[in-house]
Design a protein around this ligand. Sequence first.
Ligand SMILES: O=C(O)c1cc(=O)[nH]c(=O)n1[C@@H]1O[C@H](COP(=O)(O)O)[C@@H](O)[C@H]1O
Length: 250
Amino acid sequence: MRISAAGRDTHPIMVALDVPGADEALALAARFEGIPVWMKVGMELYYAAGPDLVRRLKAQGHRIFLDLKFHDIPNTVRGAARSATRLGVDMFNVHAAGGSAMMRAALEGALEASAGSGDETPLVIAVTQLTSTSEETMRREIGIDAPLADVVLKYARLAKDAGLHGVVSSAQEAAAVKAACGAGFVTVTPGIRPLGADVADQARVMTPADALANGADYLVIGRPITAANDPREALERIVREIGNGNAAQQ
Ligand SMILES: O=C(O)c1cc(=O)[nH]c(=O)n1[C@@H]1O[C@H](COP(=O)(O)O)[C@@H](O)[C@H]1O
C-alpha cells in the first residue's frame, strides 16, 4: 500500500507533465532527479508520446499517474482500465459522472489485469468536478443546480460505494471528502497554487501547505513548476513550503 501508516504518501507531489512530446517530458523529469515526486501523464503528452513514454518514465523509477479521465460505456472503460494497468501505471482516473456501473467496470478492469501479474493494482480514482469549474459555471452551463461542495461529496460517496480508492477534487473540498468517506479514501487535488502564482484557468485553488492541512493526500502541480524559469528550484521551494507547513501544524 502506498499510503503510509500516518495516512499520507511520503511522495505527495505529482508533477503534471503537460508538454507536447517525449523529449520535453524526459528533459523535465531529469531536472527533478533525486526529488521523490510522481509524474502525471495527461492527454497532451500521452496522445503525442503514447505508452512507450510511460514505460520509459516507469523504468526510471517514477510513480505514474495516468490522467486520461475515462468517461465511456462500462465495457469500453473496463478495457481501457485493463490496458492502463498492464502499462504499469500506479494510478489512473475516470469521470465520476460516468456513473457507478462505469466506475465498477474501471476497478474490475484494473483487478483483472493485475491478477496473477505480481503487480500491485493501481489506485483507481474518480474526478468529481474539475478544478477549473466554478459553482456558477456548474449551475448555469453544466446544468447541475446545486452547491458545488454537495456535488463533489455526492460523487465521492458514489465512487467509494463503487469500490474506488479515492477522488480528484479541489483541495477546498478535501476535508469534507475525508469526513464523508474516511481517512483512507485518497484525495488527489489539482488547482494548487503557491502564494502569488498565476491562477490561470483554475477556479478552485489552494496553496500547497493549506491543501495538505485540509486533507489532501496528493498535490497535482503543473505550470507553477513546469512553466517556471527554473522548474527544479520551483519544485524545491514547494517542498520547503510543505515542510514548513507540516512543522507549523505540529
Ligand atoms: O485529473 C486531473 O489531474 C485534473 C483534474 C482537475 O479537476 N483539474 C486539473 O487541473 N487536473 C489536471 O491537473 C493539472 C493542473 O495543472 P496546473 O493548472 O498547470 O497546475 C493539469 O494537468 C490538469 O489536467
